[in-house]
Structures are given as structure tokens and as C-alpha cells.
Design a protein around this ligand. Structure first.
Ligand SMILES: *Cc1c(COP(=O)(O)O)cnc(C)c1O
Length: 400
């Protein structure tokens, strides 16, 4: 998936523009910048590509999630439902606005199970945040129906799935707010960066102000601006945004290469007796950043993960044992290991979480293998990899 595999002359030219103008900040200094507004340009390009009215670029994907939650008015004591399989950032973002990240099971999409969401709703629930892990999405229609019926917001963490779609809509644009990450390992990168998209003007204006200390950005004199409410600094620098301006133009090329490589690996794996692919919901189109499949048992999944590594096939993950992506090993979070005290409600939820069991999630995650799809492989490398994966996995399956 990584955009980091493919940057060069185009990105350099955009960064050079910023250096030549001498203005590294995204706001102000109007007279000095020779018309260079990279963050604004990136926002325009993203909104156009994602078919939303607004985009707000910020300093990271985690910042985008935090700003999205804050912009929608989510705060202390509110509950936000997130999946057990995600990146710690979704959990952190909810905590950082004082809200409670309530975990719910995933299903064979490897994303939030709508039935589990329904069970997790309480009178304090304000939002549901599906996370489109490894390039594909949850059953978003049923999630949206639940949200509409219960008066909840649907906030998409699309950090790992930029360029995918559902019901013909770009991922991130399906809910009330959607978030992307442009960190160094995402499909397109700014080095560090992120963005939120929305059609809602009020959320957008909130995000624009909140991510810059509450500045209202009216007029061209920063010193004269007013501050309608509290905000923080989640600004992206012009240097990072410049890299993104070049990368977003290349997104569809990256996706084409990714899909081509994905199809070759998919053919090699899907035909093996006992292996099933992760379910992609009807009308859903992945961004093809990972090939995800299920082995017949946890034991065989562990074995195949080891065998793939031993055969020199890099980039295959067994997330079940990973302490970034699956709640089971989030000891620092479930153990409430914060530097200062956490709010009482948050702390008591984390205490309860320690003894909670998510057996449906364990069922899918325990059998899942997830292999990164790279852009930089040549045709021969993909074919060799596919053949080696086929051979290794069939050996594991036949030595039962
Ligand atoms: C990468 C990622 C984030 C956070 O993005 P950063 O830019 O690294 O802060 C959030 N959610 C998911 C699912 C991610 O993969």
C-alpha cells in the first residue's frame, strides 16, 4: 500500500515551490507566498476526488479523527462505538476528547459487525466509528440505518482504505464525517498528515477553527481574527502538504497497480482448499492494499504465518498477536496506563474492558492472515511471490 515506495520528481517539485516561496506555514503571510497555498490546494483536490463539499487537512490521521469528533460536538462522557480490530489511534482519538471508546465485535469483513453495534448502544452513545481495516469496509448500509434510526453519527476511519468505495461513494464520504491518514505507510503519504471530509458546513467550519486554536480565519490579518471557541494546533505544514498535493494526483495510478498485484496474489491463494477470503460487502470496492484470508483454524494460521516468514515472503501479518491493531494486546490502554489520571468514567470503562471477552472477534482474527500489497514490485516479483505463497500455504494445509 505505501505511497512511500513511489515518490520522486513530482513531490520534489511541489516541496521546492514551498521552499522557494519561503513560507512554511499554511495560514497568513499572504504577500510573501507567491500564490503557494499547498494545504488549501490539497483540500480542494481531496474534496473533488472524494465527492464531498469540504475537506480539512491536518497534521495526522489521529488528529483528523480527534478533530472530526470534536467538530461534531463529542466530548466528556459520550460513548463512541469502535471495532476491536483497528489501529490504537481510533481508540486514542476518542479518549483525547474525553469520550469513551466502546469496543464492539467484528465479523468476516474484519470490520464492525452491525449486530454487535446495536447491542453496544446505550443512552450515552453519540457516534459509531467503523474502521475500514486493510483496505476494505464493514456492512455500511446496515450501520447507517442503525445510526439514522437511533440518532447517532457515522464517522468513518478510512485511514487504511483511501480510494475504496461503497454503493458507488468514495469511502470516507458515506458517513457524516470521514478521516484519512497520510502517514508514511499509508496508500498516499505526506510524510505525516491527515484529513477529514464532510458535506456538513458546520462540522467543516468547526474543524477549520478547532485545528488552529479556534481561529475563525476571517480576513487576512491573523492578529485580528476572533476565536469563537477553544481549539488546539493540529495544523499541517506546507512542506508536508506539498508532498500530498503530488501524491493525491497519483492516487488512481497507485490503486490500479495495487489492484493488479492483488488479483495475482488472490488467484494464488483463493483456490486452496480450506482457505476463504475476507468478505467484501456487496457494492463495496476495496483499495486493494492488503490481501486478507482465513485459515481453517488458529493453529494453522499461526503455522502459515511462520511458514510464510521462513519462506522469505515478507509483509504478511498475524494481527491477532499484534499489540497495535488488536485490542487483546493493548495492555497499556486497557490497563489505563496514562501519565496523569484519566476521567473516572473512562477509567471505569477500561477496568471493565480488561475482563470483557470478544469471542466473535477472536474467531475471525485468530484465523486471519493479512499480506501487504506493494506498488514497487515488478511483474516477475509478483508472480514469484504468488507462486511461493501458493506453495507454502498448500504445504501447511496438507501436513495437518
Ligand atoms: C494510520 C491509522 C490511523 C492514524 O493515522 P496517523 O496519521 O498515523 O496518525 C488511524 N486509524 C487507522 C485505522 C490507521 O491505520
Amino acid at each position: 500500500m505505501p505511497g512511500f515506495e513511489m515518490f520522486g520528481a513530482l513531490e520534489r517539485a511541489e516541496v521546492q515551490d514551498v521552499l522557494d516561496s519561503g513560507v512554511l506555514m499554511r495560514y497568513g503571510f499572504d504577500g510573501m507566498r507567491n500564490g503557494h497555498w499547498k494545504a488549501k490546494e490539497l483540500e480542494k483536490a481531496l474534496a473533488a476526488r472524494m465527492e464531498t463539499r469540504y475537506a480539512q487537512v491536518v497534521s495526522s490521521g489521529t488528529a483528523a479523527l480527534t478533530v472530526a469528533l470534536a467538530s461534531a460536538g463529542i466530548g466528556a462522557g459520550d460513548e463512541v462505538i469502535i471495532p476491536t480490530f483497528t489501529f490504537v489511534a481510533s481508540f486514542e482519538a476518542v479518549l483525547s476528547v474525553g469520550a469513551i471508546p466502546v469496543l464492539a465485535d467484528i465479523d468476516d469483513t474484519l470490520c464492525l459487525n452491525p449486530e454487535a453495534v446495536e447491542k453496544a448502544i446505550t443512552e450515552r452513545t453519540k457516534a459509531v466509528m467503523p474502521v475500514h481495516m486493510c483496505g476494505s469496509m464493514a456492512d455500511l448500509r446496515p450501520l447507517k440505518t442503525i445510526c439514522e434510526k437511533r440518532g447517532l453519527l457515522l464517522i468513518e476511519d478510512a485511514c487504511q482504505a483511501i480510494g475504496g468505495s461503497y454503493e458507488g461513494k468514495p469511502l470516507g464520504s458515506y458517513g457524516n464525517l470521514g478521516c484519512f491518514s497520510f502517514d508514511y505507510v499509508k496508500t498516499i503519504t505526506c510524510g505525516e498528515g491527515g484529513a477529514l471530509i464532510t458535506d456538513n458546513e458546520a462540522y467543516y467550519l468547526n474543524a477549520d477553527h478547532y485545528s488552529d486554536h479556534g481561529h475563525d480565519h476571517v480576513g487576512s490579518d491573523r492578529g485580528a481574527e476572533t476565536h469563537p471557541f477553544l481549539g488546539y494546533n493540529f495544523r499541517i505544514s506546507e512542506l508536508n502538504a506539498a508532498v500530498g498535493v503530488a501524491q493525491v494526483r497519483r492516487l488512481d495510478d497507485f490503486l490500479r497497480i495495487q489492484e493488479k498485484h492483488y488479483r495475482i496474489l488472490e488467484r494464488a491463494v483463493a483456490g486452496l482448499e480450506g482457505i476463504t477470503l475476507r468478505r467484501v460487502p456487496e457494492t463495496g470496492i476495496q483499495n486493494y492494499s492488503f490481501l486478507n484470508f482465513f485459515m481453517p483454524s488458529e493453529n494453522l494460521a499461526r503455522k502459515s504465518h511462520k511458514a510464510l516468514l521462513k519462506a522469505g515472503i515478507d509483509g504478511c501479518f498475524y494481527w491477532y498477536d499484534n499489540n497495535w491493531h488488536y485490542y487483546r494486546k493493548w495492555e497499556h490502554l486497557t490497563g489505563a496506563k496514562s501519565l496523569g489520571p484519566l476521567g473516572g468514567e473512562v477509567k471505569s470503562y477500561l477496568d471493565r474492558l480488561q475482563s470483557q471477552v470478544f469471542s466473535d472477534s477472536d474467531h475471525w482474527m485468530g484465523r486471519n492472515i493479512s499480506c501487504l500489497v506493494k506498488l514497487g514490485w515488478n511483474e516477475e516479483e509478483v508472480e514469484q511471490r504468488a507462486a511461493a505463497m501458493h506453495k507454502t500455504l498448500s504445504e501447511v494445509l496438507t501436513t495437518v
